[in-house]
Design a binder for this molecule. Structure first.
Ligand SMILES: *[C@@H]1O[C@H](CO)[C@@H](O)[C@H](O)[C@H]1NC(C)=O
Ligand SMILES: *[C@@H]1O[C@H](CO)[C@@H](O)[C@H](O)[C@H]1NC(C)=O
Ligand SMILES: *[C@@H]1O[C@H](CO)[C@@H](O)[C@H](O)[C@H]1NC(C)=O
Ligand SMILES: *[C@@H]1O[C@H](CO)[C@@H](O)[C@H](O)[C@H]1NC(C)=O
Ligand SMILES: *[C@@H]1O[C@H](CO)[C@@H](O)[C@H](O)[C@H]1NC(C)=O
Ligand SMILES: *[C@@H]1O[C@H](CO)[C@@H](O)[C@H](O)[C@H]1NC(C)=O
Ligand SMILES: *[C@@H]1O[C@H](CO)[C@@H](O)[C@H](O)[C@H]1NC(C)=O
Length: 448
């Protein structure tokens, strides 16, 4: 493949590797091997990155976030390697489903309208996904307003409507947008366990309701989703990139939950999806009111997978602090048109979400994002996901497991035998959420 050739020629910034593990939205299956491997998953595009994103989108069908044929129909219009075609296919679909939602909302069942609004919201997010290479593209604003409007219309129609809540960081330097979903039957005399759901490098809190939130509500837990700096709404509205001290985002959420009578504040779980696996464990090293943490998946260092993917020459430039030469090499590769979609996307997303202008600045911002030196401060049990085919990210979940204080790590190696081999186990959330919440019950039972 072209990327292999370029590996020796230019940079081989195999960001595929980084993205496959640190980030949802990157390749998690080896599509080139499917024809010769009957146990591999059928890809949805010959473009590995598109295939993964399409699987991620279609996987929300089981929890009201998509409908299978709508997504597969859009997939048929997407040209491998053509980021605009991905956006255009989902833009068309989102407008179509949003129009349906508006029409239904006027005359028909609120359940039907709610479902259409949820699907439209997902598709607006998908239309935005590959556009972050140009931070001034006006669609980043309009599509996000659209996804938010559609989602708000949907959660207003839930049996117990979801509530937007905006919290402040302790030092007042940023706001934390949250959405709170009270469990049916939760009240002051019967307070419930509550899960705090956070996404990662590129996903929205809205996605979390579908990925795992409904499964938590079904089990009687209250749910709150949140976003911090670098994540979609905060990045757009407050112009803030990712920060390392993620506890400054989580602690105000815990403070807020402690004020709610229907929340049993001794039974809080923090769920981190994708790069959120790092963010959640980082927060738990400093925020000790959590009963349990999920790292889906385990990530010890955000920097390492990118750095390890550099070719020796390019790594030498980075090590020498010769960032202008480093960025020139990387940009030449990205501009060559030969970089795989996942490489291009993950570096564009890094620059955008960390709010920097070069790849070297992005990498430097990730350097302190490690559990090194803080992992022993974690005090609660941690469920660590390790997908067998996050093939570019070897050793990270195991490093998290080995770095935690004795007895706190619950390590789960998940494989193709259960369809759970992909990054974040996308498409296998009925199975994985079952593992996740059954384990939560065991943790809570062992404490009481
Ligand atoms: C993908 O599969 C092909 C064919 O089996 C193999 O040559 C290649 O090394 C694999 N790539 C990775 C990254 O595992
Ligand atoms: C075939 O795919 C399975 C699961 O997807 C993987 O575990 C196995 O290593 C692959 N085998 C080969 C020969 O690529
Ligand atoms: C949906 O219908 C409700 C109830 O009539 C209305 O308040 C709301 O504004 C409608 N939503 C949209 C997006 O038009
Ligand atoms: C980014 O988008 C803006 C607005 O559409 C446009 O004016 C500008 O030329 C684009 N920049 C690049 C580098 O494509
Ligand atoms: C999306 O948002 C833009 C800007 O707010 C608005 O003009 C447009 O009508 C919205 N589209 C849909 C389908 O709601
Ligand atoms: C609180 O919830 C429990 C269980 O859902 C229910 O039996 C009880 O009636 C509720 N109490 C109040 C005051 O609503
Ligand atoms: C940085 O690297 C470039 C390309 O190898 C080289 O020409 C330049 O002298 C280096 N700059 C410094 C300050 O080392």
């Amino acid at each position: 493949m072209a990327s292999c050739m370029l590996r020796s020629l230019v940079v081989a910034l195999l960001a595929a590797s980084a993205s496959a593990a640190a980030i949802p939205g990157a390749k998690a299956t080896n599509a080139t091997s499917t024809s010769s491997n009957s146990t591999a998953m059928l890809p949805l595009s010959s473009d590995d990155s598109f295939s993964y994103e399409l699987l991620r989108t279609v996987s929300l069908s089981r929890s009201y976030g998509a409908d299978t044929a709508e997504v597969l129909q859009a997939a048929g219009r997407i040209v491998p390697g053509d980021l605009e075609s991905f956006s255009s296919a989902f833009s068309t679909l989102s407008n179509h489903v949003y129009s349906q939602a508006l029409a239904i909302n006027k005359t028909e069942d609120p359940v039907t309208a709610r479902e259409a609004f949820f699907r439209a919201s997902t598709y607006f997010r998908s239309a935005d996904f590959y556009l972050h290479g140009n931070a001034s593209d006006p669609r980043l604003v309009t599509l996000w307003a659209n996804q938010t409007d559609a989602f708000n219309s949907a959660i207003a129609l839930l049996p117990i409507p979801g509530q937007r809540v905006t919290l402040k960081s302790a030092d007042g330097s940023f706001e934390i947008p949250c959405i709170y979903y009270k469990a049916a039957g939760a009240n002051a005399t019967h307070p419930r366990p509550t899960v705090i759901l956070g996404n990662g490098y590129d996903g929205a809190q809205e996605e979390m309701l579908h990925a795992t939130g409904f499964d938590a509500l079904d089990r009687g837990y209250n749910v709150i989703t949140y976003e911090g700096p670098g994540q979609p709404t905060v990045r757009r509205e407050q112009n803030l990139g990712f920060i390392t001290n993620w506890e400054t985002v989580v602690t105000p959420v815990v403070d807020f939950l402690e004020t709610l009578p229907e929340v049993d504040a001794t039974k809080l779980g923090l769920f981190g999806y994708s790069m959120g696996g790092w963010l959640a464990v980082r927060a738990a090293a400093f925020e000790h009111r959590l009963a349990a943490v999920w790292a889906v998946d385990g990530l010890y260092s955000v920097f390492a997978p990118y750095y390890n993917a550099l070719t020796p020459d390019v790594r030498a430039l980075y090590d020498a602090g010769n960032f202008s030469a480093f960025d020139a090499e990387v940009n030449a590769y990205l501009d060559s048109g030969l970089a795989p979609t996942e490489t291009l996307w993950s570096l564009q997303q890094g620059i955008w979400s960390f709010d920097v202008s070069t790849v070297s600045e992005f990498l430097r911002k990730t350097e302190p994002m490690t559990l090194d030196g803080i992992s022993q401060q974690v005090q609660c049990p941690v469920w660590i996901g390790a997908p067998s085919e996050d093939i570019f990210f070897p050793g990270q979940p195991e490093q998290v497991r080995d770095a935690l204080p004795a007895g706190l790590a619950s390590y789960h190696y998940l494989t193709a035998a259960d369809g759970a081999q992909n990054h974040c186990h996308v498409g296998a959330m009925a199975y994985v959420n079952g593992l996740v919440y059954d384990w939560f019950e065991e943790v809570l039972a062992s404490r009481s």
